[in-house]
Design a protein around this ligand. Structure first.
Ligand SMILES: [Ca+2]
Ligand SMILES: [Ca+2]
Ligand SMILES: [Ca+2]
Length: 463
């Protein structure tokens, strides 16, 4: 029926007009709770893994209590920001919410952690209550700009001979290795300083934590630590000035001696440490750090015997030109009988200078004997791994002690050999022929069980 259709259409039109009119009316005109949220995001050029703060203010600008108020914050797009919802307290999603009275304002300090990079992070913050009279102010979005691009790290290494804290003529340190490591680099990168002391690394990936350190610094200079760097594309580290200072060992000299060259387990060994200051300034805050690499065979010297030089006190002093003799004693531990060696090693430090002197004295603890069995090998395929056919077959081996040959053995078809019934102790293993131990190989300890007896594998390289 035409008339009926017209009537229904008119009703629908009227309803649409009424709804549009309600939405356009000022919020203050409506009566009821009206939450409003504002968000201020911490400024930055953000990187994955960063923690970002969001200051959230929730106000009820209506004229009635907002019951059951809930707050949420989540990533709408881009790099995810992980926000623990418990930071909303009684407004946390998952609970029943909390009332916010008319005129009340509450603030929340939210923090979140950025996940894997996926462009700028758009964070949606929303507060809700039943019957909010104007929902348009209940949601706010903030965009966290993510850092992009690559970085350059460069600078100069100088030995601050004139002590003015900056590079001066003639202070460049050439030929040192600058090592860079940061998140996103798989191995450390090396740049050798040129004749002007400069080093550089280009096209580095952005990184929350990155470090430059130095090796093979010439002339005994000690580089001062470069602090942690944050590579977020600002180019903040392209003109580093890395200061190096003279080592403490230039002025602080240390010697160590034991009262005997041979002990038995249970004996008391006496240690003498001599310290002297050859500089023109007093040295203060000195202490000895002994047993640094302790593995249980050292003399059991208690630290209180060093008096003011006890590492817990840091109270040792040496005037310019002064020399001091410190003595202490300790028992030779039982374990030393199994390793054949005892002794003590001590670093003398002032707690802050690099290049602290280090000394070591050892003595023998003879008596026990042990077999020593193992393999010598060459990394024939260059994969840094011992593979099945890499034993050095049918070769003569020797164990040296202080340059003297103490034992011989011959390897089998797989590079294995046994030194029989050796006095326990520490030896240098050599292959007769055009080979030498790989640079990282140390001495060979021949220890009695239970401290020894395991199979060793020692890599050799062409000499
Ligand atoms: Ca509202
Ligand atoms: Ca200088
Ligand atoms: Ca190999």
């Amino acid at each position: 029926m035409p008339t009926g259709r017209f009537v229904r259409s008119a009703c629908a039109l009227t309803a649409a007009l009424v709804m549009a009119g309600m939405a356009a009316a000022p919020a203050s005109a409506a009566s009821g709770p009206n939450l409003k949220v504002t968000v201020v995001a911490q400024q930055g050029r953000w990187l994955s893994g960063d923690t970002v703060a969001l200051d959230v203010t929730v106000s009820n600008i209506g004229d009635a209590v907002a019951f059951g108020t809930i707050g949420t914050a989540y990533t709408e797009s881009g790099t995810p920001l992980w926000i623990d919802r418990s930071q909303w307290g009684d407004l946390a999603d998952g609970g029943t919410g909390a009332p916010v009275a008319q005129g009340e304002t509450r603030t929340f300090h939210l923090t979140g952690q950025l996940g894997t990079f996926s462009g700028d992070s758009v964070v949606h913050v929303e507060v809700s209550t039943g019957q909010d009279v104007d929902y348009s102010d209940n949601i706010q979005r903030v965009t966290l700009p993510m850092a992009r691009g690559t970085e350059r790290v460069a600078g100069v290494l100088y030995g601050d001979a004139n002590g003015d804290g900056k590079p001066s003529a003639g202070e460049a340190l050439a030929g040192a290795e600058a090592h860079f490591i940061g998140v996103g680099t798989t191995s450390d990168m090396v740049s050798v300083t040129d004749t002007t002391g400069h080093f550089s690394f280009d096209n580095l990936p952005l990184s929350r934590y990155a470090y430059v350190s130095f090796q093979k610094v010439p002339g005994g200079w000690v580089d001062q630590p470069v602090g942690e760097m944050r590579l977020d594309g600002r180019g903040a580290y392209t003109a580093l000035e890395v200061r190096a200072v003279r080592p403490l060992s230039d002025v602080l000299h240390e010697t160590i001696t034991l009262d005997k060259t041979t002990y038995a387990a249970g004996d008391t060994g006496k240690v003498t440490v001599t310290l002297s200051n050859s500089g023109t300034q007093p040295l203060t805050g000195l202490y000895l750090g002994c047993d640094a690499g302790a593995f249980g065979s050292e003399l059991a010297v208690t630290d209180d015997q060093w008096g003011a030089f006890d590492y817990r006190r840091h109270e040792g002093t040496l005037a310019a030109g002064q020399r001091i003799v410190l003595t202490a004693q300790g028992k030779v531990p039982d374990k030393a009988a199994y390793t054949g060696t005892t002794g003590l090693d001590c670093t003398a430090s002032d707690g802050h200078s690099g290049g602290a002197p280090y000394v070591l004295a050892t003595a023998k603890v003879p008596g026990m004997r042990a077999d020593s069995h193992g393999q010598v090998w060459l990394d024939k395929n260059g994969n840094s791994t011992l593979d099945a056919d890499e034993g050095l077959a049918n070769r003569n081996l020797v164990l040296l002690e202080d340059g003297n040959i103490r034992a011989y053995a011959r390897t089998d078809a797989n590079g294995y050999a046994t030194f029989k019934n050796m006095p326990v102790g520490t030896y240098q293993l050599r292959v007769l022929g055009p080979w030498k131990p790989a640079p990282f190989e140390g001495d060979l300890g021949v220890f009695a069980p239970p401290y020894g007896g395991g199979e060793w594998h020692v890599q050799f390289v062409a000499s």
